[in-house]
Design a protein. Sequence first.
Length: 276
Amino acid sequence: MVVKPASISEFLTQCDGKNGWSDPAPPINITANVYQVGSCGIVALLITSDDGHILIDAATKQAAPAIASNIERLGFKLGDIRYILLSHEHWDHIGGLPTLQKMTDAKVVALQAAKTALESGRITDEDPQAAVHPEFEAVSDVQVIEDGGKVQLGPLSLTAQATFGHAPGSTSWTWQSCEDEKCHAIVYADSLTAVSGDSYRFSDHPDYIASFSNSLKRVAAFDCDILITPHPSASDLYNRIAGNAALVDPQACEKYAKTARKKLDARLLRETEAKK
């Protein structure tokens, strides 16, 4: 039986007081053929077409069964998911990936840096969060995509945008979604926060900071009508779907990157002052 997506009010009621990475949530429509099928606190993005579907991110291992149920609740078959993409290689976004890969038989696509972590079951030592993130179930048969490469499926065409910083394999995805002949440039922009283990100092890694800074400039320049982020709170996603703020905002990516720049600068300043 096909069930319509939950209303945003239903979603918020179910997630009231819950923003955990594994807290189950009903599926909601964001725009056109784009659905949030993840948990209360983590986005798993389903993009649909008559030729098959694409899933971006898989939340935690505990959340995977609910994600699968949400996809089926919308009337879509798990076997019609052709590709699973990811934002970055931390367990809160890819912990459910092995389960969903088995359930869908979809191809997993990632940048090389993310592939290395996925297939080993641990993030690389280059990652600022290497000391704090647990190991996870490894993923097999990861197909590498280059920066600027496209995942194409029927009318769907998603571009991989390397946005190194939050993690070495951080990837943002850009595409167009249309409804009633009205098209919007959609950006699923990866996390841009400078988070690390207690002993890691970003200021000790100037090359990392230079690449991170380039990513912030890149995100700011995206053609960006609708911004979606892996952690929904980072883009005020639910308030925007509810109509309490603009869902369509061509300056959204620029604002998102600007906020991240301020936080990175503040982090570097704290590190410098701590040296004194």
